[in-house]
Design a protein around this ligand. Structure first.
Ligand code: 3PG
Length: 384
């Protein structure tokens, strides 16, 4: 993959437009998770230290695209966090305000890119307006690189010079490791719905050695095998696809499970063949964990996406916690990504012990599925 990197461009005395993904959770006007902000700082600091003037832009949530300021989706709380982390004041401008300045500040931020009409359909005029803001465009929003938007993709086409920031490069390097070391790679894929992960499972099962399934995804596969799964979370509409999937010998579906008549009641250990009509599967049981242990422990690389059981409930958290422990204890290089995965890893206390944690949700899945990321393609085109 050939694209320009940040250290290949001279930035001194230049103006730089930096696209970050600062789409962070906010409650009552306060950022509740700083992860994406913190992970953006190496690029921000590098640009500031190079003597360039820096304009940052990001989207936040999914506002109406109407050229109007919408307080609920304002980047103001994010700016406040950044001011604290960088120990400097950062003015927040609308796009037209920043366009009217004679000279931009040392550092500034533009309001939510999704306020601007034309952002989501990658409008040429909007892309040109953004590109005209600076001498150099730096793309560091890996988590939004799967969106062909004006601020992620169109802007690259019209900028004088464009490159990848450190986070984008780091994410691509870490996630590519799983694909490239496919021989001894495994994937651990959980979560509620097989429909949202089918193409990921399909594509990974072509490259990695084993794909361990958990959660609602595994339940649907057990139903496809013909087991009575009672009231378990399954997707009836996906049974035919699941029947195809289970023919692949690389796919592992744990058959020793924890079932219960309610998520609020304690569970009992059951084999897949002994689930009662009024019971539902909520977790993986010790016998299956024992089977999975050598596979996880001996893997060269491990991709983890999605919880293995109903981890939000204490009674059914053990399976996900044990799998998480095995992943961090394995000699393999571990990569985790996707919103629920991070919450599960945090709850299991393993977040800091994983080798790489992606900042992305949708973009992580699309990249691992082998789909092209429009922003990355635009960066690659820029050097050709
Ligand atoms: C994310 O949180 O996955 C990214 O910021 C992309 O957000 P989107 O799904 O609203 O495009």
């Amino acid at each position: 993959m050939r694209y320009k990197r940040l250290n290949e461009i001279s930035l001194s005395e230049k103006s730089v437009l930096l696209r970050l993904d600062l789409n962070t959770p906010i409650e009552a006007g306060v950022v509740t998770n700083q992860e994406r902000i913190i992970r953006s700082l190496p690029t921000v600091n590098f640009i500031l230290e190079s003597g360039a003037r820096l304009i940052i832009m990001s989207h936040l949530g999914r506002p109406e695209e109407n050229n109007m300021f919408q307080e609920e989706f304002s980047l103001a709380p994010v700016v406040k966090e950044m001011e604290g982390l960088l120990n400097m004041q950062i003015p927040l401008y609308s796009l037209s305000e920043i366009e009217s300045l004679d000279q931009v500040d040392h550092i500034s931020i533009i309001e939510n890119t999704r306020f601007n009409i034309g952002e989501k359909n990658n409008d040429i005029e909007l892309s040109k307006r953004l590109a005209a803001l600076a001498d150099v465009f730096v793309m560091d929003a890996f988590a939004t690189s799967h969106r062909a938007h004006a601020s992620t993709t169109g802007v690259i086409t019209f900028s004088n010079d464009a490159c990848a920031g450190f986070l984008l490069d780091e994410e691509l390097t870490a996630l590519s490791k799983v694909k490239e070391n496919a021989k001894s790679s495994i994937a651990v894929l959980g979560g509620a719905k097989i429909s949202t992960k089918l193409s990921l499972i399909d594509s990974l099962s072509k490259t990695v050695d084993k794909v361990i399934l958990g959660g609602g995804i595994a339940n649907t596969c057990l139903a496809a095998k013909g087991y009575e799964v009672g009231k378990s979370l399954i997707e009836d509409s996906m049974l035919e696809e699941a029947k195809e999937l289970i023919k692949n010998p690389k796919i592992i579906i744990p058959e020793s499970v924890i079932v219960s008549i309610s998520a609020d009641e304690p569970g009992r250990i059951a084999s897949a063949s002994s689930i009662q009509e009024n019971e539902a599967i909520f977790d993986i049981a010790p016998a299956s964990l024992v089977d999975l242990e050598p596979i996880i422990m001996n893997a060269g690389t491990i991709l983890w996406n999605g919880p293995i059981g109903f981890f939000e409930k204490e009674n059914f958290f053990a399976g996900t916690a044990m799998i998480a422990e095995m992943i961090i204890s394995s000699k393999g290089f571990s990569v985790a990504g996707g919103g629920d995965t991070i919450s599960a890893a945090e709850k299991a206390g393993v977040l800091d012990s994983l080798d790489y944690v992606s900042t992305a949700g949708g973009a992580f899945l699309e990249f691992m599925e082998g789909k092209k990321l429009p922003a990355l393609e635009a960066l690659i085109d820029k050097v050709n």
